[in-house]
Ligand binder design. Structure first.
Ligand SMILES: Nc1ncnc2c1ncn2[C@@H]1O[C@H](COP(=O)(O)OP(=O)(O)O)[C@@H](O)[C@H]1O
Ligand SMILES: [Mg+2]
Length: 550
């Protein structure tokens, strides 16, 4: 270490400045701290120059150097975050006049000023505090936050579900006036039945009260769900199409011209039982033979056996009643949309929780896909309607919606498998175009590396919680801006509820502690140890059987 350091009267001084790093030597670490606060990795320091600018940097690491005479020097390396000039904070650290003069730990006032003045009061949304100093609130710009897609990533148990609950509880609580319901609209796909307890006033849908109409599937989804798409059999496809369009025309009240316009994508009811009968008929059809009175097998005779049995299995599967049953056939377009958007007369609600835990795995993708697509198309059509009414309309959707996917890697995986195709298609479309129509995504996942890249690359707000899997870590690092320095490496050692908050909506990439939600989502953790120590419990096998066979 250079000898000048000891000669200098200053306790701490800058010895090197790089674009992404400032190196500081401190003589006596005991003197280089604020009275109430101890310094640690993640603490902020302030470096003043001669021109009234103060560089704020975050400590990345400490090193102790023992000199020949036995005395010790402390070397601090810090990552420059931005510059306070005349009370205003600007991001970036390259505008400091060299040589910098005065190095001190940042005061709470410095830090508070950066955060509190970063967002205008009307736009401020606050759900976290600075991890290194819990007195400092970290606001995000609520407009930027919800207008761009949001990703929450972290290993299991890192606090994703609680974070999600905190954010949404905050979003539905804030109001600009004295009314009971504000205009926030959130739809949560709840795969583990976790969120009912966190949102007691939500509109709650599960397999027992959810009615989804199969006839609202578009052509692609219909084929994917009802046909064996791998077989690529044009006979079954043609018969299927024909039967649906025929039934729609037969039951429509429209004029002849309108009826002619009906096609596979039209969201009009048809009876799936009629389609099945039609296919059965074709599969056993006899047609007039060469001689009068003679009959021979029709052109499709026996060729649709697989298709018929596939369709029969589906139609008769009681587990699929919420989708293929009588109610699904009879429910109206309006009621379906009202229920999903939280606009049903019985329960107007800011939040709709769709509990997917009872949805059979083979229809999960199509369920999520259909609902997501309907919401997207709602946004699309609503915008068109508003712009037609008023060509100067600036707000394309005054009822914007947030769609929340918990365990997103289950619906939008980085996989080409056909069983994910429909949910992936509709969610990717929202990722790419949803913003224009007031439909944004919040994705939570413990396996970010397994999520479709198309989707992740469209996210602008990241809440990265503790992440231990190295593959996921490096994947997330790639997605985050390069300018984060070693903040990113802290991700491996975060506490529960601690996160790296990054994005356009926040003034600085910050390590924060998410405010605890209230009430909490129900945990999936089973208290094995406590349960095992209790007395032997009897089991209702008959009841289990009844549920199994339902
Ligand atoms: N912001 C927080 N503050 C304090 N504790 C938290 C916070 N978030 C989560 N926890 C704790 O961590 C546990 C796991 O959180 P959870 O949200 O279920 O994680 P994940 O969804 O990532 O598996 C919770 O039971 C809760 O006690
Ligand atoms: Mg969770």
């Amino acid at each position: 270490m250079a000898d000048e350091t000891t000669a200098d009267a200053l306790n701490a001084q800058v010895v090197a400045v790089f674009p992404d790093k400032v190196r500081i030597v401190v003589d006596k670490l005991e003197d280089f701290k604020l009275a109430e606060e101890s310094l640690c990795v993640g603490s902020y320091i302030r470096i003043a120059d001669n021109e009234n600018a103060i560089l704020i940097a975050i400590i990345e690491n400490f090193e102790i150097v023992v000199r020949d005479d036995g005395t010790r020097n402390h070397i601090i390396e810090a990552f420059p975050l931005g510059v306070l000039r005349g009370g205003k904070f600007e991001r970036g650290g390259d505008s400091l006049a060299i040589p910098p003069k005065d190095v001190k730990p940042a005061t709470i006032e410095d830090i508070n000023r950066i955060y509190s003045e970063s967002v205008k009061v009307d736009e401020r949304f606050c759900f976290s505090r600075l991890s290194s100093n819990l007195d400092v609130q970290v606001p995000v710009n609520g407009n930027k936050f919800f207008n761009k897609h949001i990703a929450i990533v972290g290993s299991t148990g890192s606090g994703k579900s609680h974070t999600l609950a905190t954010i949404i509880q905050g979003a539905v609580a804030e109001k600009t006036g004295d009314f009971s319901l504000n205009n926030s609209h959130v739809i949560i796909f709840d795969i583990h039945s976790e969120y009912r307890s966190a949102f007691p006033d939500a509109n709650f849908l599960d397999i027992s009260n959810l009615t989804l109409p199969y006839w609202m599937l578009n052509g692609e989804e219909l084929e994917e769900f009802f046909l064996d798409t791998e077989a690529n059999d044009h006979n079954q496809r043609n018969v299927f199409k024909e039967a649906i369009i025929q039934d729609r025309r037969a039951t429509s009240n429209g004029t002849d011209v309108e009826k002619q316009r009906i096609h596979l994508d039209s969201p009009l009811p048809f009876n799936i039982a009629t389609v099945l009968e039609y296919a059965k008929g074709k599969n056993t059809e006899m047609v007039p033979g060469a001689k009068p009175g003679d009959t021979k097998q029709g052109s499709l005779f026996g060729k649709l056996t697989n298709f018929v049995s596939r369709l029969e299995n589906k139609v008769n599967d009681r587990r699929l009643d919420f989708f293929l049953g009588t109610k699904s056939r009879e429910v109206t377009f309006e009621d379906t949309l009202r229920t999903l958007l939280g606009y049903s007369a019985a329960n107007k609600s800011n939040i709709t929780v769709i509990d997917l835990s009872g949805v059979p795995f083979e229809v999960l993708s199509i369920t999520v896909s259909l609902i997501s697509r309907l919401i997207f198309e709602y946004g699309y059509v609503y915008k068109r309607l508003r712009c037609a009414k008023d060509p100067n309309e600036k707000v394309s959707n005054d009822v914007p919606i947030l769609l929340v996917y918990e365990e997103a890697h289950k619906y939008v995986p980085n996989s080409e498998l056909s069983k994910y195709r429909s949910s992936k298609t509709s969610i990717e479309r929202i990722a790419k175009e949803g913003r224009k129509y007031g439909v944004t995504l919040l994705l939570a996942s413990q396996r970010p590396s397994e999520i479709s890249e198309t989707i992740f690359s469209q996210c602008n707000n990241f809440i990265a919680m503790r992440l231990t899997n190295p593959v996921d870590q490096s994947y997330v690092k790639k997605l985050l801006p390069d300018s984060l320095g070693s903040l990113i490496d802290k991700m491996t050692s975060f506490r529960q509820g601690e996160a790296l908050l990054v994005g356009e909506s926040v003034v600085l990439p910050s390590i924060v502690q998410i405010v605890q939600c209230d009430p909490t989502p129900s945990s999936n953790d089973i208290a094995y140890w406590e349960l095992w120590k209790e007395e032997w419990k009897d089991m209702d096998i008959a009841g289990i059987k009844a549920e199994w066979y339902r």
